[in-house]
Design a protein around this ligand. Structure first.
Ligand code: SF4
Length: 341
């Protein structure tokens, strides 16, 4: 059963003197207990905005967000953390999300729910447990964030989020500021936390390798829309949406951080002036007349699989890697699928 559910969420930004931008144009997804849901897509596709809408930091223009059966009302960051501690967010940059002037232990202790009188000794004990849970010694409580590396700070930020005893953690690019070795360690930590604490994770990432490594379910976003959702294994072996295929066929960046869909023709359209019909049609090798005029909805095509593409309107047949995949492989010269971390 879903703990966190986003139903047709839209988020529109208005910019002075310019056209409004619908950063999220109607996105739906859900997260269950103990499940890791990876949300992937190119930079600027709206996934971070969707994450913020999921925790109530951004107000949806339309649609709704439901957490533990209640509709989330948008609030400011401080007010939200008081209102619903069981839905926590971990931000991209652990350097800015921790207070440099406060000891690590005090920052974690602040997030421990106050249920009756909790003695100072019990709080210290709990802080030490949380630090050890994320792979740091309990003595780290006495130190300051600047005494730790980026990977260790992100562990501290995760310990602080866990202190609130959340049922869902929303993580916005939690690994992107870390080096490759710290990325792998924190990715493994997140995977284990989901299983062992039965916490649902919504992991936003542009890095398919990391998502492939830890996600149970993957949602793919393109230009403000979720265009495909599927169990992770099925998505990698038989993607249904042409954009998903292109992402999987994409080549790794030279700096080792993520993947770029260089095999796709054309530019990413301006979100303020999205293409008519299917937003992907100017770049899609399968596009036909209907794609230009009618937007396909995200529709179930198989158990636990949904796709927004007219090719799958009649009920969905899982395809083997397509001619498009083979074509782009030939063009780019890259034949490998995404590797684990
Ligand atoms: Fe391509 Fe048409 Fe499917 Fe969009 S709906 S992904 S343009 S085939």
């Amino acid at each position: 059963m879903s703990i966190l559910e986003l139903r047709n969420v839209e988020v529109e930004y208005t910019r002075q003197g310019r056209q409004p931008v619908r950063a999220v144009a109607g996105a739906s997804l859900s997260v269950e207990a103990g499940q890791v849901v990876g949300l992937v897509g190119e930079t600027g596709c709206g996934k971070s905005t969707l994450a913020r809408a999921a925790v109530g930091l951004v107000a949806p223009t339309a649609g709704s967000v439901w957490f533990e059966g209640r509709q989330i009302r948008p609030l400011g960051r401080r007010a939200r953390s008081r209102a619903d501690a069981r839905l926590q967010m971990v931000f991209q940059n652990p350097f800015s999300s921790l207070n440099p002037r406060r000891r690590v232990g005090d920052q974690i202790a602040d997030a421990i729910p106050i249920l009756g009188l909790v003695s100072a000794g019990r709080r210290r004990e709990r802080v030490a447990q949380l630090l050890e849970r994320v792979g740091l010694p309990g003595s780290a409580a006495q130190r300051f964030p600047h005494q730790y590396s980026g990977g260790q700070r992100q562990r501290i930020a995760i310990a602080r989020a866990l202190a609130a005893e959340p049922s869902v953690l929303v993580l916005d690019e939690p690994l992107s500021s870390l080096d490759a070795s710290a990325q792998a360690q924190v990715a493994n930590l997140l995977k284990n936390l989901a299983r062992e604490l039965n916490v649902g994770l919504l992991l936003i990432s542009h890095d398919l390798a990391i998502v492939r490594h830890i996600a149970d379910v993957v949602a793919v976003m393109y230009l403000g829309l979720v265009v495909e959702t599927a169990p992770s294994r099925r998505l990698w072996s038989a993607p249904l949406h042409p954009y998903t295929e292109a992402l999987i066929e994409a080549i790794p960046r030279s700096d080792g951080k993520g993947w770029l869909p260089e095999s796709l023709p054309g530019e990413v359209p301006d979100p303020a002036r999205p293409p008519s019909g299917c937003r992907f049609h100017p770049r899609c090798p399968y596009a036909f007349d209907r794609c230009v005029s009618e937007p396909p909805a995200l529709s179930a095509v198989a158990p636990k699989r949904a796709v927004a593409c007219w090719l799958h309107e009649a009920g969905g047949v899982e395809r083997a890697p397509s001619t498009f995949a083979r074509m782009t492989r030939a063009v780019s010269g890259v034949g490998d699928q995404v590797d684990g971390v």
